[in-house]
Design a protein around this ligand. Sequence first.
Ligand code: MFK
Length: 213
Amino acid sequence: MTGAGAAMRRVLESRERASLNGEQVAALAELAQRVRELNEAVVHTEVGADEVAAIRDEVAALTARLSAARREHPPLVGVGEDGTVRHLASPVGGVLNPIAPPVAIVVQPDGTARAEFTLNVLYEGPPGFVHGGVSAMILDQLLGVAASANGTPGMTATLDLRYRRPTPHGVPLVAEAKVDRTEGRKTFVDARIIGPDGRTTVEATAMFVMPLR
Ligand SMILES: CCCCCCCCCC(=O)SCCNC(=O)CCNC(=O)[C@H](O)C(C)(C)COP(=O)(O)OP(=O)(O)OC[C@H]1O[C@@H](n2cnc3c(N)ncnc32)[C@H](O)[C@@H]1OP(=O)(O)O
């Protein structure tokens, strides 16, 4: 046993006290979105060196202003309108995380976790296509949400990926995950990413294990 469950409970207990109210979350989510746009602008800009230097100094000044009052830990959890727990700073769809791809996961009545999203060039691996690690990260999260929605949350113990064809960026994608079966503390979940032509680009199977302590 790893004690992973106890370690996570300790972190959760310390961070729940730092929860934000809805107004604060909305304001920071807007800021995170502006930073996402800044990130993309940095990758695409063709402005001259002097302008780059001036912008660099402005960004540094903004970072200093934000850092004038810092919490010890990121706000980890929030409770959504539907009562589900949200990891606000998650690297997948975390509304407060400027590096998180915009993947909003919705659980369907039949337990399928589903997301519709478009990835921009920030998530590129092979030219024109999504980085395989980014696809894996999105699928891991989606698989985990499906396991949680099934009432059997856990840690990812195994994650098997089959990259069937390249996943394009800049076009609408769909990802879905659904629990296949549970065996004691183990939950087996299947997922896939589907391209705009309706064909599967990546398939995944994961096993989640609920830590004993
Ligand atoms: C709404 C919120 C949604 C949030 C979604 C979040 C999605 C993101 C999820 C993640 O990314 S989690 C981070 C990545 N995963 C980890 O860091 C996990 C690290 N590993 C662990 O913490 C532990 O190894 C683990 C909790 C998975 C298992 O530890 P345990 O001490 O509870 O397992 P134990 O050794 O008692 O084994 C229990 C059973 O599982 C099996 N098992 C455990 N780990 C395994 C493994 N890695 N591969 C294959 N089998 C494994 C083990 O063989 C055994 O099978 P049997 O009961 O049949 O004997």
